[in-house]
Design a protein around this ligand. Sequence first.
Ligand code: WT7
Length: 653
Amino acid sequence: MSDQRPAISALQVEQRTFPPPAGFAEGAVAADPGVYERAAADPEAWWAEQARALEWSTPWHTVCDRSDPPFFKWFVGGALNASANCLDRHLATRGERVAYHWEGEPGERVAITYRDLHERVCRLANGLKSLGVGRGGRVAIYMGMVPELAVAMLACARIGAAHTVVFGGFSAESLRDRVNDFAATVLITQDEGWRNGRTVPLKQNADAALEGAPGVAACVVVRRTHGEVGWTPGRDHDYADLVAAQDPACPPEPMDAEDMLYVLYTSGTTGKPKGIVHTTGGYLTAVAATHRMVFDLREDDVYWCAADIGWVTGHSYIVYGPLANGCTSVMYEGAPSTPGKDRLWAIAARYGVSILYTAPTAIRMFMKWGPEHPAAHDLSRIRLLGSVGEPINPEAWMWYREHIGGGRTPVVDTWWQTETGAIMVSPLPALSTTKPGSASRAMPGVSVEIVDEAGHPVGDDQGGYLVITEPWPSMLRTLLGDDERYVATYWSRFPGRYLAGDGARRDRDGDLWLLGRIDDVMNVSGHRLSTIEIESALVDHPTVAEAAVVGRADPTTGQAIAAFVTLRAGVAGDEALIGELRDHVAKKIGPIAKPASIVLTDDLPKTRSGKIMRRLLRDISEERHLGDVTTLANAEVVAEIAEMAQAQRSAEG
Ligand code: WT7
């Protein structure tokens, strides 16, 4: 009996559908529905075709080497250079085209062409060589969203050094640990960053980190704010001085397809962060191909991925994918609320942004702020919207389409991970009939399955574990220095298949619905429920901007559903509203999903990449001592929420 119980019960029912807008398919990158079958018939041939869109100095002899699973290799024998593919390749045809329209938080505007970017990269590449970095070298980068961050990554790639970018919001200790684990010999940073009208002390943090990182011999410092910073003579180098002295040409190193391009650290459920290793040929192939197809990239598009380059979203879809495709991007340095809550929309209007890619957490924040902010700007050039990072609540999806997309644009909900390197599941905007909250289906050439505890595929509308069943070119190759943990984390639960760690279900039309991380699943009266569905039912209520749901231990039901809700701007919360919200969930999903308690709060605890930290809410709900909150973007809300939860418990007696 018990093994017939679904791995995760999926209860949400969403019936709205949106076919591609009339005319959208005309001239679209992926307009032939046969693309899925063609790729499925021979995935390696499909990926080889995508790889041929790049420039290789030596052709590969084997598309995918499967002799030592799960250590797969792609485009074996091939050689290429990532920076040459992102820059040099475009100079003859589009050298004067803008690569980045960069805007600083205080308001500076700079248009950087492909030719400018190429020269900047060459100069820094030569500068790095002068500091002893070459093929196989390791460089850490700790910066805000300034153009020099992209330049630094590409300069490393040019000379065959691997980079690790550490998000500029991380602390000195996080930086130190990553720099040491990576064995970087050079750190590139800046004096200070701009965020919310305040300065972020990057160099000061770097100095503190380097005290515990003896392997770093040189620190290159970009002057951004020109604020006063400490200086260690001999170790520290002014970026401007370093590059001014260099030759503006630097031949790209031909790299093996399987040479390491970068490591990006991502937190695991326990212990030390995992160093996700990405290599050159397969990664660049997949990010370029997915960027073209998912965003239906056309010659006159102005594309804006409003993420931070410190996350994989920025690596793949601000730097490597867009540049490999020679596209024009927008890059913005600062906070979306500075100087006003319409900053992003002012930027989008100014540059005529046609494609916007952002995260559900940002979309819910825009909802909370109200539609008058985007309405104040001309967003009529926008023709496509993307979402990434978390399951998107259907109402957030609808709001995004309506208020940012003018009710006319497709929305592509893209599922992927730091580990996957590139988008794995997404609609293709000219082909897919989308549904609010569904990520649609696996990309051409990608095979996913949803399985139960025993690894058997589940039926339609049954929740289960999302696995990827075949290797793909941009897959992580290992965890830096820890092959064993790589195998244990991703390949042991269901041998031969990659465990993503997310729950999902497939509906009768074959569309996938992501149900959140497996560790967030609740068990209420023997039903395993996903947090996202209940959260989406709450967000469906017109007063709610954002919701987080966790299971708290309950003597009767195993776990009881505890909800934390943020209301939209101007809504006052009271007991009556809480009762209404509970009933709303019962009506949308069923009585089993009715939250036992709802705490109204001004904000939810989030990681710095914007994901809701349900673990902390669980601790609060179960009155546990709150562990480390330093990885939070907004640690101050935690005490506030704990207090309100406590007050509610005493009120209930
Ligand atoms: C986790 C990976 C992918 C770049 C940013 C995050 C969640 C991501 C979606 C989506 C539902 C999503 C998953 C995944 N996630 N995109 N469209 N729908 N969930 O990278 O920090 O490595 O996080 O983010 O839980 O496993 P990451």
